[in-house]
Write a protein that binds this ligand. Structure first.
Ligand code: PRP
Ligand code: URA
Length: 207
């Protein structure tokens, strides 16, 4: 597995906004979207292209266009906060939803919903979830997609804990992981520290 950690001033600056307890819901959502948007560039650099012919105002020429379907898979709920940013740049992408929440006592992922597009097996799949804590939710999602037969999977996460990254690496060494910031670790409640708190609650204003 390749782990790519973004070291870019714009991303660092916007992550500081997410971390701040005083950031309100609107600014939190906007900053999350902006970071996700900046992450797409690296995470899609291996998308397949094909040659087509176009006529410019000057002459006929060959040019390159995308030739690979993309499916974005947000892990509900918090992954939804990254979807619009990806769709803005890959407007033909399909979206497959996977509902998994973390049991607050066992910290194990609990499945509740899935709806995937029909062409997912031919797609490059981008799993999105702002938080990678124990890695359980993302591992569950990768297991689910591989069980369906999906081959080409990458993960985009805003903040990751070293414990979760290691767990994913061990279980799924073939997956590329794009992560905006790797934090110090997990506290006794398996929350990432320093982290940003509960991403779902901060995106949707539920606490
Ligand atoms: C959060 C987060 C991840 C998961 C990370 O979701 O968005 O999906 O926890 O933890 P893990 O790496 O230990 O599995 P949560 O279960 O709180 O659900 P929510 O998005 O509906 O709030
Ligand atoms: N889920 C979150 O939203 N935040 C964490 O720090 C861990 C799990």
């Amino acid at each position: 597995m390749a782990v790519f950690e973004y070291k870019h001033p714009l991303i660092s600056h916007k992550i500081s906004i997410l971390r701040n307890i005083n950031t309100d819901t609107k600014l939190f959502r906007e900053s999350l979207n902006e970071i996700a948007s900046l992450m797409v560039y690296e995470a899609t650099k291996d998308l397949k292209l094909k040659t087509i012919n176009v006529e410019t105002p000057i002459q006929k020429t060959e040019t390159l266009v995308l030739d690979e379907p993309v499916t974005i898979v947000p892990i509900l709920r918090a992954g939804l906060g990254m979807v619009d940013a990806l769709l803005a740049l890959i407007p033909n992408a399909k979206v497959g939803h996977l509902g998994v929440y973390r049991n607050e006592e066992t910290f194990e992922p609990t499945y509740y919903y899935a709806k995937m597009p029909t062409n997912i097996l031919e797609s490059k799949v981008l799993i999105v979830d702002p938080m990678l804590a124990t890695g359980g939710s993302i591992i569950y999602t990768i297991d689910y997609l591989k069980e369906m037969g999906v081959k080409n999977i990458s993960v985009l996460s805003i903040i990751g804990a070293p414990e979760g990254i290691e767990a994913i690496t061990k279980k799924h060494p073939d997956i590329n992981l794009y992560i905006a910031a790797i934090d110090k670790g997990l506290n006794e409640h398996k929350y990432i520290y320093p982290g940003l708190g509960d991403a779902g609650d901060r995106i949707f204003g539920t606490k």
